[in-house]
Design a protein around this ligand. Structure first.
Ligand code: PDD
Length: 288
């Protein structure tokens, strides 16, 4: 929308420019976050900002602001754009310098952030979506929310071209995560999801879901599962900031749960919605 944040400045989107030697642009040398806004308020904002600082530390990038300063600016950005339901996208790159692979001796990190109206995907949440299954060809530091997303976007494009919502990724038959989400299965009243290792992004929605399992009385294990287990699951869902708890009713060639969202998935959707409403107030708008 209209106003964007560039470092410490609020400017009109049309005034926002990128240096052609910005390392984010040339190398994907930076990190990012996507934060959900409901009813004009951030959901799990603190967790996202903490993860941003952790990602930055993992790529040896010093952020020239504190979490509190950034939070203050993001709140102002929401207000300036009168955002009700949507997202904040923010990224920090290592800044601009003459192209060389090693870090420049001196460059200043560049922060950009903007807001976008994004409605809750209610129809898909009610009906579920389909997913393809694809090889996870990404690097071995998927725990970093890095701007380098080629492996993710190639998988997502493959899903999209086959009319699917997501690509469920696996390494040698072990399911890791989705191209832009975490993946969960439920078998015999137990939820399984890949542990938070270097092979997945530890999603903020994932953490929230594991916390909510206790509330709804669902056993869970952070334990990896195979493609065979995926095909044999009672329920499958994916989760992310924008997709929430999204039922998967077909994974590859396998129809899940008669093509209907399962009972635990539905309970988790409701529990997540409650948690959102506790933080952001009653959800009265579904659109921006
Ligand atoms: N993606 N795994 C990957 C690879 C992701 O890109 C994402 C989120 C997640 C879920 O993380 P979270 O619950 O914190 O959103 C897991 C965001 C939404 C994106 O790139 O647009």
């Amino acid at each position: 929308m209209g106003t964007i944040l560039l470092n410490n400045q609020f400017i009109d989107r049309s005034q926002g420019t990128v240096d052609i030697e910005d390392r984010g642009y040339q190398f994907g040398d930076g990190v990012y976050e996507v934060i959900r806004i409901y009813e004009g308020k951030m959901f799990t904002g603190d967790e996202h900002l903490t993860r941003l600082f952790e990602s930055a530390e993992k790529i040896l990038l010093d952020l020239p602001f504190t979490k509190e300063e950034l939070l203050g600016n993001l709140l102002r950005l929401i207000e300036k754009n009168s955002l009700n339901t949507g997202i904040i996208y923010l990224q920090v790159t290592r800044g601009a310098s003459v192209r060389q692979h090693q870090f420049p001796a001196a460059s200043e990190a560049v922060l950009t952030a903007y807001t976008k109206e994004v409605a809750r995907p209610e129809e898909q949440l009610n009906q579920g979506v389909t997913a393809i299954v694809a090889d996870d060809v990404r690097w071995l530091r998927c725990d970093i929310k890095s701007l380098n997303l080629l492996g993710n976007i190639l998988a997502k494009q493959e899903a999209f071209s086959q009319g699917s919502f997501e690509a469920i990724l696996h390494r040698d038959g072990t399911v890791t995560e989705g191209s832009s989400s975490n993946v969960f299965i439920i078998k015999n009243d137990q939820l399984l999801t890949h542990p938070a290792t270097n092979l997945i992004l530890n999603g903020i929605t994932r953490r929230e879901i594991l916390r909510l399992c206790a509330d709804i009385g669902l056993n869970y294990k952070e334990e990896s599962f195979t493609l065979d287990q995926l095909n044999d699951a009672d329920e499958v869902f994916i989760a992310s900031t924008t997709a929430e708890v999204m039922p998967v009713v077909q994974a590859g060639d396998t129809i899940v749960g008669n093509r209907k969202p399962g009972k635990w998935t539905t309970k988790l959707q409701a529990a997540l919605k409650d948690s959102i409403q506790q933080q952001c107030g009653e959800l009265v708008h579904s659109k921006g």
